[in-house]
Write a protein that binds this ligand. Structure first.
Ligand SMILES: Nc1nc2c(ncn2[C@@H]2O[C@H](COP(=O)(O)OP(=O)(O)OP(=O)(O)O)[C@@H](O)[C@H]2O)c(=O)[nH]1
Ligand SMILES: [Mg+2]
Length: 194
């Protein structure tokens, strides 16, 4: 599979009112600044489809994109942003809970973790939530370009232990070099067929 077209559809605070339901969905989750929006841009080969930022907490709403006129890709707001107060965290939790409970068209979550770091407590909470909900997820280790090939192996292992995912199932990805793009597209294609 390749991506032949991609466009922004809408930003939602509440998923319940989303009119374009019925198409299959893939959602992108992960902590703030892990590279969710950058991954969407590199996957779609567009520079500014999803807004990216060096400042964590850029994506606050649920952003919906239509790919290949065939399925929705959902950019979820990131979690674990230290400067967010309690009230905002509660809003985030409610938004996400509503989304995951209502998104019956959701086929898989791309769960992003930074290849350089061990998954955070929030990552573990997210993954166990997905498992509990029976939502399949594809683990993507982002910013692979920041490590050498030898270093990558050393970093994938603790990620695999902590998330309980087999090492070969973790896709090392770089939005800057396009590494892992084809592997991820293949995984998305398989998820959409399930
Ligand atoms: N070197 C490198 N930098 C990356 C990569 N992906 C993202 N970044 C950088 O990481 C920062 C955050 O990227 P975003 O894509 O905005 O992250 P996000 O997960 O969407 O963040 P929120 O919207 O705040 O949740 C930006 O400065 C990006 O340029 C990558 O593959 N390699
Ligand atoms: Mg973002």
């Amino acid at each position: 599979m390749d991506i032949t077209s991609a466009r922004f559809i809408t930003s939602l605070a509440e998923y319940g009112g989303f009119p374009g339901r019925g198409l299959k969905q893939i959602a992108v989750a992960g902590k703030s600044n892990v590279g969710k929006s950058s991954l969407i841009n590199s996957l779609c080969r567009q520079k500014a489809l999803a807004k990216t930022s060096g400042t964590p907490g850029k994506t606050r709403l649920i952003n919906v994109f239509l790919l290949n006129e065939a399925f929705h890709l959902i950019d979820l707001p990131g979690y674990g942003y230290a400067k967010v107060d309690k009230k905002e965290k509660a809003v985030w939790g409610k938004r996400m809970g509503d989304y995951f409970e209502q998104a019956q068209e959701l086929k898989a979550v791309l769960q992003l973790v930074d290849i350089r770091h061990e998954p955070t407590a929030d990552d573990l909470t997210m993954v166990s939530y997905l498992r509990q909900m029976g939502i399949p997820f594809i683990t993507v280790a982002t910013k692979a370009d920041k490590l050498s090939r030898a270093q990558r192996h050393r970093h994938i292992l603790p990620i695999s232990f902590s998330l309980q995912v087999q090492p070969p199932d973790i896709i090392a990805y770089s939005s800057q070099t396009g590494e892992g793009r084809q592997a991820l597209l293949n995984a998305i294609e398989a998820a959409l067929q399930s």
